[in-house]
Design a protein around this ligand. Structure first.
Ligand SMILES: Nc1ncnc2c1ncn2[C@@H]1O[C@H](COP(=O)(O)OP(=O)(O)OP(=O)(O)O)[C@@H](O)[C@H]1O
Length: 241
């Protein structure tokens, strides 16, 4: 298959364990390009492990993984050019300013200066943090640091972005702006893989939602499907444990 026609994400019979702990137990999943895919699952269900495999930070014990038609561990440098990753808990370096941090990201991701400035402008406008561009990151609030991390993960406008609980620490206005951005971003054929515990967010903005349970995909639906609410599907699994 042509690389450009392959799904954005594919996992086929993936197993992953950490010692005695089985994190993934034959997970199969395919996400098409242009989807805003919501990935739900209880604590410890294996969401972060899945993202680590898809971004080449770990390798599966069995099964296969591909992103944008490539094995992410085969050519990690080339893969990173096309991917954005926003882990749940990550801060910008404390002793640099957002402007310095973005300049670093621009250099590593090969973004020319003019484009970088325009994109920084867009994000500071969206998130209202222009006044903090030259403040040391150590002096930013938790939410302001989150805005910096979100901006950094989208600066190179990647084809596929993995984001873990991006709304955490954002105030309600900023949450709405980010949600609107994600919907727009995927309407241009980019793909967003959103890991979250917020069923209402998944239901509100995602084009498709998968629920991970016992290391496998237990449910896979479009939020506007007729067959019951997403929240019920999520809790059914928790109740049956
Ligand atoms: N480095 C590790 N060493 C040992 N066990 C691990 C490691 N990383 C994850 N696990 C275990 O693997 C399982 C899946 O963890 P993972 O972090 O992927 O879950 P998650 O769905 O992201 O959870 P949460 O919603 O709580 O963030 C858990 O039982 C966890 O304890």
């Amino acid at each position: 298959m042509d690389e450009n026609e392959s799904p954005a994400v594919r996992l086929d019979g993936v197993h992953k364990r950490y010692g005695e702990v089985v994190a993934l137990d034959g997970l199969s999943l395919s996400v098409d390009r242009g989807e805003l895919f919501g990935f739900l699952g209880a604590n410890g269900a294996g969401k972060t492990t899945t993202i680590k495999l898809l971004t080449g930070q770990r390798t599966p014990d069995a099964g296969s993984v591909s992103v944008l038609g490539r094995d992410p561990s085969d050519d990690p440098v080339e893969t990173r050019r096309h991917l954005g990753v926003l882990p749940e808990r990550e801060d910008p370096p404390s002793f640099v300013t957002p402007r310095e941090y973005f300049a670093f990201v621009g250099r590593v991701r090969d973004i020319d200066e003019e484009t970088l400035d325009a994109r920084i402008d867009g994000w500071t406008h969206r998130f209202g943090f222009r006044d903090q561009l030259d403040t040391l990151c150590t002096d930013l609030s938790r939410g302001q640091r989150q805005k910096v991390m979100i901006t950094a993960s989208f600066l190179h406008e990647p084809d596929l972005v993995f984001i873990d609980e991006p709304l955490a620490n954002l105030d309600p206005v900023m949450q709405e702006r980010l949600k609107a951005f994600l919907v727009d971003y995927t309407s241009e054929d980019n793909t967003v893989f959103l890991s979250t515990h917020h069923v209402d967010v998944a239901e509100g903005i995602c084009s498709r939602v998968g629920i991970l349970r016992d290391g496998r995909l237990a449910d896979d639906r479009r939020p506007d499907d007729e067959d019951g609410r997403l929240l019920d599907a999520f809790f059914d699994g928790v109740r049956s444990e």
